[in-house]
Design a binder for this molecule. Structure first.
Ligand SMILES: Nc1ncnc2c1ncn2[C@@H]1O[C@H](COP(=O)(O)OP(=O)(O)OP(=O)(O)O)[C@@H](O)[C@H]1O
Ligand SMILES: [Mg+2]
Length: 278
């Protein structure tokens, strides 16, 4: 039986972002989608890496339609949503459509309308963003209810993550960020990485609040599963990285259950996206 994230039926909307590329956003968001789906939540993963999306590659699937077909009215929402064999659905990214934010407000409004039905259907809506701090990345982060920054122990990941937080905070008044440290040895290393970011934000970005959601170990089974094009939590459920990610998933749900002010549903997501772009 499907659980509900909250009694008021509005999906939890979470973006995954990093600044730096190749830190594990797509692997983490895809496997969290698998975990949430397996726990009975109706879960949709939006591949928001428009133009370079690779959620489909990670899953070894070739969806016929993508966000572009929805935007260009060639297909309806439920024709574009691809139901995977892994207990969750994806809204695939177009390849070659890199100027999403240049769509007219009218087109975005239509997109908003097209996504409306999801508000009642979904429990969890995950958004895998691209690398960098470009307009698309900023828009999807602004529009989400929660933002998860993926870091690694590499100094460049910290500086890029910090830069993204700085832009979202200073230019777009976003104060709350959640952190997952990927590719690390253990919780201690994750805490050290988190602390370095925390100290920088505390010193230079007044009002920013950071929370550590957990970490994911560097694990050879992740790369193995990528090669096999199967979510690592499905292929290797007992591997370290999967256990770590299950803890992260539980932390995300606890967060949601403790929340009293629910304002992040699908409609809200896209409305914000729309208004911020006009
Ligand atoms: N915990 C891990 N252990 C081992 N390898 C990992 C782990 N997480 C990610 N990787 C490897 O890092 C590579 C990049 O991961 P992924 O594609 O998820 O990153 P990304 O942040 O989405 O990249 P991009 O910025 O290009 O979208 C993957 O090919 C995967 O093999
Ligand atoms: Mg990616």
């Amino acid at each position: 039986m499907a659980h509900k994230v909250n009694s008021k039926k509005s999906p939890l909307v979470i973006s995954f972002t990093s600044g730096k590329g190749g830190v594990g956003k797509t692997n983490i968001s895809t496997n969290l989608a698998y975990i949430f789906g397996s726990r009975g939540f109706n879960t949709l993963l939006l591949d928001a890496d428009l133009g370079l999306g690779n959620v489909d590659v990670l899953l070894g699937i070739t969806p016929k339609y993508n966000v572009f077909h929805l935007l260009s009215h060639q297909k309806k929402l439920h024709e574009v949503i691809y139901k995977t064999d892994y207990n969750f659905s994806i809204l695939p990214a177009p390849s070659g459509l890199t100027d999403f934010v240049r769509l007219t407000p009218g087109q975005k409004l239509e997109f908003l309308d097209a996504l409306d039905p999801l508000e009642d259907e979904l429990d969890i809506f995950l958004v895998d963003t691209g690398a960098g701090i470009n307009d698309n990345v900023l828009y999807f982060n602004m529009a989400s209810q929660y933002r998860i920054i993926i870091l690694t122990p590499e100094p460049t990941s910290l500086t890029d993550g910090y830069a993204l937080i700085k832009v979202l905070h200073q230019m777009h008044k976003i104060n709350d960020f959640f952190i997952i440290v990927n590719l690390c040895k253990d919780l201690n290393e994750a805490k050290n990485v988190f602390k370095r970011l925390y100290v920088a934000c505390d010193k230079f970005l007044n009002g920013v609040s950071l929370s550590l959601l957990g970490y994911v170990s560097r694990d050879k089974n992740v790369t193995e599963a990528v090669k096999l094009q199967i979510p690592f939590c499905m292929k290797f459920p007992n591997t370290k990285a999967c256990k770590n990610l299950n803890t992260v998933a539980s932390n995300i749900l606890t967060l949601k259950n403790n929340e009293t002010n629910i304002d992040g549903n699908i409609k809200f997501f896209w409305k914000k996206l729309l208004f911020n772009s006009i």
